[in-house]
Design a protein around this ligand. Structure first.
Ligand SMILES: O=C(O)C(=O)C[C@]1(C(=O)O)C=C[C@@H](O)C=C1
Length: 242
């Protein structure tokens, strides 16, 4: 019997000494407890922030996409072995739960062409903590986003230019979901203030005339959809707020 064990060891390399395995598992248990304690502390800090946000009369959501993107960006820069996918996934989920601890914030989805892909991509972007609800029309999604603590992800289609309703509205189109090919799949909409929209290209609904004026000023404005006189445009952040 000892000979057979010895042979197995030769083939597989040195087996971990049981006490090493136990020691490493004990270390992992300790780290898990520390991680959980930190998560509890983080949740408590977020609940305290909710108290401050309760005094905010701007009518915006508790959700702050700009802050979330900045937090994740800094952590990705700091990470040594943790991939950006790991950091993004873990913190999107964490922040999704921290947001729910502040106020129940629902996800309203509207898609007829690729509902499954849309839901998956939105979950990747915003985490899985929020309750998701499907609605049949973009108008229903926009109505809920105007009135409730809701983030809406609405499929883009040139045939139903619902995005024209974003002009002169308290809703911001603050994120885009694209297909692998780069094609626009959906627009994420919510009551997010201009200062809380993440850095980077931002969406604006402009008339053709306004678009021309901005271009003449040398601004980078790219129309990505059109309906009558109106254009859905990608602009750089500073330019979008003007
Ligand atoms: O910084 C805030 O405003 C928070 O509410 C905290 C926090 C977070 O978990 O870090 C939670 C939700 C927001 O969407 C952004 C960030």
């Amino acid at each position: 019997m000892p000979q057979i064990l010895g042979l197995t060891r030769l083939v597989r390399g040195p087996a971990p000494v049981p006490s090493d395995l136990e020691a490493l598992r004990a270390q992992i248990d300790r780290l898990d407890h520390e991680l959980l304690d930190l998560i509890e502390q983080r949740l408590n800090a977020c609940i305290a922030i909710a108290g401050l946000k309760a005094n905010d009369t701007s009518g915006t959501l508790r959700f702050r996409p700009r802050r979330e993107t900045e937090v994740i960006g800094r952590l990705i820069d700091r990470a040594e072995h943790a991939s950006s996918a790991l950091v993004t996934h873990v913190w999107r989920e964490l922040m999704g739960h921290c947001l729910q601890a502040q106020a129940r914030t629902d996800l309203v989805l509207c898609a007829s062409r690729s509902p499954h892909t849309l839901k998956e991509r939105v979950r990747e972007r915003l985490g899985r903590a929020a309750h998701a609800q499907w609605v049949a029309t973009p108008e229903e999604a926009l109505d809920l986003a105007r009135r409730r603590e809701v983030v809406a992800a609405i499929e883009y289609s040139p045939l139903t230019p619902w995005w024209t309703a974003l002009r002169h509205s308290n809703l911001a189109a603050f994120d885009l979901i694209r297909e692998e090919s780069g094609r626009l799949l959906a627009i994420i909409v919510g009551r997010v203030g201009p200062d809380d929209v993440a850095e980077g290209p931002s969406l604006r609904v402009l008339t053709e005339g306004e678009l021309e004026i901005r271009r003449a000023r040398g601004e980078t404005v790219e129309p990505i959809a059109a309906s009558g006189e109106l254009r859905l445009c990608l602009t750089s952040q500073g330019e979008a707020n003007r």
